[in-house]
Design a protein around this ligand. Sequence first.
Ligand SMILES: Nc1ncnc2c1ncn2[C@@H]1O[C@H](COP(=O)(O)OP(=O)(O)OP(=O)(O)O)[C@@H](O)[C@H]1O
Ligand SMILES: NC(=O)c1ccc[n+]([C@@H]2O[C@H](CO)[C@@H](O)[C@H]2O)c1
Length: 210
Amino acid sequence: MTNSGKTTLTCRLQPLLPCCSVISQDSFFKPESEVAVDENGFKQYDVLDALDMEAMMRRVYSWLKNPKRSQTSVQEYATAIPSDDQDGAHVHILIVEGFLLYNYKPLEEVFNRRYFLTVPYEECKRRRSTRIYEPPDPSGYFDGHVWPMYLKNRSEMQEVAQNIVYLDGTKSEEGILSQVYDDIKRELEKLKVIPESPTSHHRLLQLRKQ
Ligand SMILES: Nc1ncnc2c1ncn2[C@@H]1O[C@H](COP(=O)(O)OP(=O)(O)OP(=O)(O)O)[C@@H](O)[C@H]1O
Ligand SMILES: NC(=O)c1ccc[n+]([C@@H]2O[C@H](CO)[C@@H](O)[C@H]2O)c1
């Protein structure tokens, strides 16, 4: 959802997570000349066709293939890989940040965790009115294009995407950050491989012998 706080959250979250890269969907908008225009003269920016999603997927696949090598190419503010990562033991994290992710099939099988920030209509419109995009929103754009497309995309998304964690974008930045950070920490805990202690190994051998 536009202006729900995705970039703000991502910028605060990313430095807290080691080996974390970011891909922003907004970097993949097609040039203005390639974006369709409707009968009211509104440029159709809030649809998948306005984005070069194939180019975005190439970045995602390149990270999946080699998260270490693509660290710097994905986004310059990717956090450093700890010096003790010789054996590649660390979990690498990729945050894909964008307003139209869960309607796009090829991304479906890629995510481990999905978050969706929401704000009510009035707050969304207010925040959007303070922003200047390139090209800037013409008069009537929010009600004539942005909001109707959000409603359409969201209803289509709910038919497809599963396991989405909805976040209240009107909460404080800190509140949202700690909610997501805690959730990610729990996910990382689940991935941790706990090595067997010598005693448990010994016991296992004894059991086998009996
Ligand atoms: N938790 C919050 N409470 C109040 N205002 C917020 C919060 N998070 C972000 N904002 C403000 O809302 C506006 C939009 O934030 P941000 O750019 O992070 O949203 P976005 O979802 O990335 O937007 P878009 O992708 O549509 O450009 C900014 O002015 C930002 O300062
Ligand atoms: N980044 C751009 O090229 C661009 C141009 C015009 C409008 N937008 C808006 O960005 C939002 C997503 O972050 C969408 O709601 C677009 O309308 C982006």
